[in-house]
Design a protein around this ligand. Structure first.
Ligand code: SF4
Ligand code: SF4
Length: 304
């Protein structure tokens, strides 16, 4: 299967992936049943993880407080809705051409939505997996304390997608380095206070223990989507009760994705720290974070 593995890798790179890794399905034997990829494709033998970098400029303009559309279009909507489907389809078609049934997993946004169709299933459809853990299992990197996925090339600056296939492909060794130095900036700079301060959630892959801090998705979601007027520049104080700012509505309608926080702590602080300390390979000519960061001290006042 070496030849097919290399062919799959080449197709992934040609179709927009920067990193490709292969996890034998046995690496998920100790996963919670509701996060085992076999919950999606019971016959899977290999999980393929592909990572696609986010353009640093899309994070930079949010860090500067000047422009949100590049992130929402390029690093959110485009990667999730355009590049990933096309990249995963190219891989799936190549594998199926060789007779190996294969399933693309773009972004498992909606899980456990229906009734169990068979008693042995851990959940109802749609089943779930963690693309971050998939990246770890496929040897591409590690989890930071915040639970964000880190690679030695880009730190936290990528999205991960997956293909589950019946093909037995050559495994990529697990990543053996250390990227996160427990600096704590992710938790400190998260306006939602969504990230814990110690790695109290653990899981095992091939006898190795991985961990991350507890993470509160509800707290994150509120700030991530800009629902708290203290942390989004797009509230102007004139919105009626229950009404979103018009810019938030624009993002929803134009891009079907809305990122307002854009990882102030978990992504931007972490990336800046890993770049400045030389802990990741990709370096840039100017720092991501310069001087004092923008921050509102109070919600907007109604203009009169
Ligand atoms: S900000 Fe620091 S502690 Fe948090 S994940 Fe990144 S390197 Fe680890
Ligand atoms: S996206 Fe923002 S609110 Fe959510 S965890 Fe990251 S820094 Fe916190």
């Amino acid at each position: 299967m070496k030849e097919l593995t290399e062919r799959v890798r080449r197709i992934a790179l040609e179709n927009g992936a920067a990193l490709v890794g292969f996890a034998p399905i046995s690496r998920f034997d100790t996963a919670p049943p509701e996060y085992d990829p076999r919950g999606i494709f019971p016959q899977a033998q290999t999980a393929i993880a592909v990572a696609v970098p986010q353009a640093r400029g899309t994070l930079k303009t949010v860090e500067e407080g000047t422009y949100w559309q590049a992130y929402n279009c390029d690093s959110y909507w485009y990667l999730n809705e355009v590049l990933a489907p096309s990249l995963l389809r190219a891989l799936v078609m190549a594998l199926e051409e060789e007779g190996h049934t294969s399933v693309p997993v773009h972004n498992p946004f909606r899980a456990d939505a229906g009734r169990r169709t068979r008693p042995e299933h851990a959940t109802g459809p749609d089943a779930m997996l963690s693309l971050r853990v998939m990246g770890v299992a496929a040897g591409l990197g590690e989890l930071g304390m915040s639970k964000i996925f880190l690679t030695p090339q880009f730190g936290p600056r990528q999205r991960v997608f997956a293909v589950l296939t019946e093909a037995k492909l050559e495994p990529t060794p697990l990543f053996s380095g250390t990227l996160c130095d427990e600096c704590g900036l992710c938790a400190k700079e998260c306006e939602a206070n969504a990230i814990g301060r110690s790695r109290d959630v653990t899981f095992e892959i091939e006898g190795r223990t991985y961990g991350h801090a507890s993470f509160d998705p509800a707290k994150c979601g509120h700030v991530h989507r800009g629902d708290d007027p203290r942390f989004s520049p797009f509230w102007n104080g004139s919105e009626k009760e229950g009404e979103d700012p018009s810019y938030h509505q624009f993002l929803d309608h134009r891009f079907r994705h809305r990122g307002i926080c854009v990882g102030r702590g978990c992504l931007r602080s972490c990336l800046d720290h890993l770049e400045k300390t030389g802990r990741i390979q990709k370096q840039f000519k100017t720092p991501l974070i310069r001087g004092k960061r923008w921050k509102f001290n109070e919600p907007p006042q109604v203009r009169t």
